[in-house]
Design a protein around this ligand. Structure first.
Ligand code: NAD
Length: 384
């Protein structure tokens, strides 16, 4: 049993990045049900969607990091979004859907969705089509990243399949439009169960349901009723409720008051970006969408059109999302190797992209992370 610096760092990182056992459970179902194909030499086949904007830059970096762990993955590379629209005339080509139906696992970059016009969000389409109902966004402070708060340690659990994202909008008359907010008991119970199960299995103490049931008494009221009922099945986990506006204020004044945040789709989207702001921005927060039979791993951030193609996007969010993918495939040691290396590079503060106050390029920061991973390879990751 070694107690060297690397081991201690690893233990710290493992505490900070507990495995998502709720996701692990869906993985075992996935293994049983999905009849996933094996790739060459028994490799796991994973659909790879580089995405739009900074997507190809950060996904390229993350694939390098993931492959450096020795994980045996065969990538089935697929285009989607604006890149695909340009090439083949559709943002969701059939080949992409066929690939996802075959692999049930994807690693994806951000996809562009135009504001107020154009095709509907492909992200929403994929999450709904494959019933990836739980969006998990762990948000942690990093030593070396300057922010007003230290030790932020939150997990956002966002419902992924309904709410105003149902995409039901229509014009009632010129100048009058309606958007329909869909909330069902089934989806609300399911996401609450995911949040509580995640909390229980990862040693978390508190689930806070965030809502606006004082105004949307029926829809958010139903969401809350379901959360309360599920909470009764988890007497070991404290349960609280917060109105979304007050929750935002509390998050930016006292983030330590939260642990696991349980939210509907729209609030989850907004609040998770707010949480990212607490720990250094969208460049450092990973994410995953889990369902009963598959998962898509993707950073919280979008295509970042303002910095796309400049080789200055922060690769950390995508690289940490790849670690969540490694965990999902059971490669926990590789996932830890990635997290420890990211932690070391951020802590050292010498090779940071501009969003973190540095001058490094995406390529340079990725290389620093790969070097830190290689050093760990020389110093075995024995756990105490
Ligand atoms: P965004 O996340 O792309 O960018 C917001 C800000 O964060 C920008 O200033 C950007 O430069 C910065 N940023 C984002 N990622 C970064 C990184 N890795 N490193 C450094 N800085 C980073 O959000 P947006 O501008 O609102 O959206 C742009 C496009 O992305 C839209 O078309 C939107 O629909 C899409 N989008 C896609 C996804 C997804 O595919 N999952 C998620 C969010 C937004």
């Amino acid at each position: 049993m070694r107690k060297g610096g690397t081991d201690i760092a690893l233990e710290d990182e493992k505490r900070r990045w507990p495995l998502c056992d709720a996701a692990e459970r869906s993985k075992s179902r996935l293994d049983r049900d999905a009849n996933r194909p094996n790739g060459r030499n028994g490799a796991t086949i994973v659909t790879l969607i580089p995405g739009d904007g900074v997507g190809p830059e950060v996904i390229g970096a993350a694939v390098t990091a993931l492959e450096a762990t020795g994980l045996h993955i065969q990538w089935d590379r697929q285009e989607a979004g604006a890149a695909s629209l340009k090439k083949v005339g559709t943002p969701v080509p059939d080949s992409l859907i066929r690939s996802l139906k075959r692999t049930h696992i994807a690693f994806k970059g951000p996809l562009e969705t135009r504001v107020g016009e154009g095709y509907r969000s492909i992200n929403v389409y994929l999450r709904k089509t494959f019933n990836l109902y739980a969006n998990l966004r762990p948000t942690l402070s990093f030593e070396g990243v300057q922010t007003p708060f230290r030790n932020v340690d939150l997990v956002v659990v966002r419902e992924n399949t309904e709410d105003l994202y149902a995409g039901i909008e229509h014009q009632v008359a010129p100048g009058i439009v309606e958007s329909v907010k869909v909330i069902t008991a089934r989806a609300s119970r399911r996401i609450a169960q995911f949040a509580f199960e995640y909390a229980r299995r990862n040693g978390r103490k508190l689930v806070t349901a965030i809502h606006k049931a004082n105004i949307m008494k029926l829809s958010d009221g139903l969401f809350l009723k379901c959360a309360r009922r599920v909470a009764q099945e988890y007497p070991d986990i404290r349960y609280e409720e917060q109105i979304v506006d007050a929750a935002c204020m509390r998050l930016v004044t006292n983030p330590a008051a939260f642990d696991v945040l349980l939210l509907e789709n729209l609030y989850g989207d907004i609040v998770s970006d707010l949480c990212a702001g607490l720990v250094g921005g969208l460049g450092v927060v990973p994410g995953a969408n889990y369902g009963q039979r598959g998962a898509i791993f993707e950073a919280v951030h979008g295509t970042a059109p303002d910095i796309a193609g400049k080789n200055i996007a922060n690769p950390v969010a995508a690289i940490l999302s790849s670690a969540m993918l490694a965990d999902y495939l059971g490669a926990h040691r590789g996932a830890d190797q990635i997290r420890v290396a990211v932690g070391e590079v951020l802590r050292a503060g010498r090779t940071l992209t501009p969003d973190l106050g540095g001058k490094a390029t995406t390529t340079e920061m990725t290389a620093a992370i790969l070097r830190a991973m290689a050093v760990q390879g020389e110093r075995p990751l024995a756990l105490a």
